[in-house]
Design a protein around this ligand. Structure first.
Ligand code: SF4
Length: 474
């Protein structure tokens, strides 16, 4: 498998109600969200009596054959693409998770990561609950099933009051679709209209593919019930300071999406402009590291007046596995994905624009292949500050000791990646480029988390002191 030194998004969600081709539309929605998770995908459909599920490992296009989509009867559907962080990579952890409990059939799709799931799971298991997956999302279903609240919707809300961390959720029952976003709004979730039907998606690029109109974002702390063509909103969760994941704008989301109310391409181009002002350099050409560096490189080029060229070409068809030659080829893992255009880089002073440096190993290999293609100087420019801390809210960032910037200075990183200079965008400029500065989480750059992330550990200690009850936690 080709390793690519980037943080990885965990999941994408797509839901639709009251549409005669619900499962097929969900399939297309997932297709547009494929970049948010490539390990597994699933769709649950409802014909208002029964839920049916099809899911598997791999890409959306490979999992859903014509016959599998045929089996997904009904006019509502919920889909999910997943890349695992919490929970391992098996079909058991693929979502949506479909269960039958005393309240009936329920399917759940989750984007985000809970910060108290280990504690809750421990308590639930001690109470006799049997888990079928290692996914933290299953905890929510157990809480719903055990709730004494009268209706399923009330039980859903009660469960949301007990979990902590990041969740953009959708739950399908035979009769309706419930969607919710955690009170800080870490992960995106939007609502659109396809004719009379409501659709929900992690990113608005899914609406564009199916010709749906983006209406608005699900608000942080909001719970929405979509039944037929009607939508009912409530805000039962406590108000909290917003903490939208700024990495969605830097790297994860597609540039054609509107995320947290702002177009991602515009944010990235703006980051590039700020970067050119903060880290100007004499150079001949600006080269993006594709694909995520492209929009920022355009901004850098526009601001600096240095021409932009696509001096690195990405192979989009690299599979998950391939047979490596027995004799080692230098920088093979990177070369199989990226190839420099010698005619553009040879003899030139290059500004290489990328969105992040995680371990530093991939950046170093890229610098080496560009230098080997004849570049005279290489000036690496990064559209975010150094990543110094892990994420607990649904993004797979390596542990602290693996993050090169947690232990090395900018000068040391520059030396490690073998660049002639290295410039990171300041925190202030990154947030300003992404929109409303006050609304973002930037914990992986600052080490200041918007929630208590040690809650699992502390609550486990409490549990060891013989706590019997699961109670909503602050
Ligand atoms: S820690 Fe970083 S990746 Fe995680 S939610 Fe905050 S900004 Fe996003």
């Amino acid at each position: 498998m080709v390793s690519w030194d980037k943080p990885r998004e965990e999941c994408g969600i797509f839901g639709i109600a009251a549409h005669p081709e619900a499962a097929r539309i969900a399939y297309l929605g997932l297709y547009a969200l494929q970049h948010r998770g490539q390990e597994s995908a699933g769709i649950v459909s409802s014909d208002r009596k029964k839920l049916r599920i099809e899911k598997g490992m791999g890409y959306v296009a490979d999992i859903f054959s014509e016959s599998r989509l045929e089996r997904l009867h009904g006019d509502s559907a919920l889909g999910h693409v997943r890349y695992s962080t919490a929970g391992s990579s098996t079909v058991r952890n693929a979502q949506p998770i479909l269960i039958d409990c005393w309240r009936g059939s329920i399917a759940l799709a989750h984007n985000g990561q809970l910060t108290n799931s280990a504690y809750l799971r421990h308590e639930l298991e001690r109470d006799g609950a049997i888990f079928h997956s290692t996914s933290d999302s299953e905890v929510i279903l157990h809480l719903i099933s055990r709730s004494r609240r009268r209706t399923l919707q009330e039980a859903f809300i009660e469960a949301l009051g007990m979990v902590k961390g990041a969740f953009s959720l959708a739950m399908l029952t035979p009769e309706y679709l419930l969607v919710a976003r955690d009170p800080r709004g870490f992960r995106p979730l939007s609502i659109g209209r396809l004719g009379e039907s409501y659709v929900v998606a992690s990113e608005t690029c899914a609406f564009d593919l199916i010709n749906a109109e983006y209406e608005r974002d699900v608000e942080p702390g909001e719970v929405i019930r979509i039944e037929g063509n009607s939508l009912d909103s409530q805000s039962p969760l406590p108000k909290m300071k917003r903490a939208f994941c700024v990495f969605e704008h830097i790297y994860f989301s597609r540039p054609d999406s509107v995320v947290f109310g702002r177009n991602v391409y515009s944010s990235r181009r703006e980051m590039g402009r700020f970067l050119a002002r903060e880290h100007a350099v004499e150079a001949d050409v600006v080269v993006p590291i594709p694909d995520s560096g492209v929009s920022a490189a355009i901004g850098y080029s526009q601001e600096s007046g240095i021409p932009l060229e696509f001096g690195l070409i990405r192979n989009h068809y690299v599979g998950r596995t391939f047979i490596e030659p027995k004799q080692a080829i230098r920088n093979f893992g990177v070369k199989v994905k990226l190839n420099p255009v010698r005619e553009i880089v040879d003899g030139k002073r290059i500004v290489l624009v990328d969105d992040s440096i995680v371990r530093g190993t991939t950046s170093r290999k890229i610098v080496h292949i560009v230098r080997a293609a004849g570049a005279k100087e290489i000036h690496m420019r990064i559209t975010a500050p150094p990543v110094i801390a892990p994420c607990y809210y649904g993004i797979d960032i390596p542990t602290r000791h693996e993050l090169i910037a947690s232990a090395k200075s900018v000068e040391e990183i520059c030396k490690f990646i073998d660049a002639d200079s290295l410039g990171y965008l300041s925190l202030e400029s990154m947030l300003a480029a992404a929109g409303d500065k006050e609304s973002f989480c930037s914990a992986c750059f600052t080490d200041h988390y918007p929630t208590d992330v040690g809650i699992d550990e502390r609550q486990k200690n409490l549990f060891n002191q013989d706590s019997d009850l699961i109670t909503p936690m602050e």
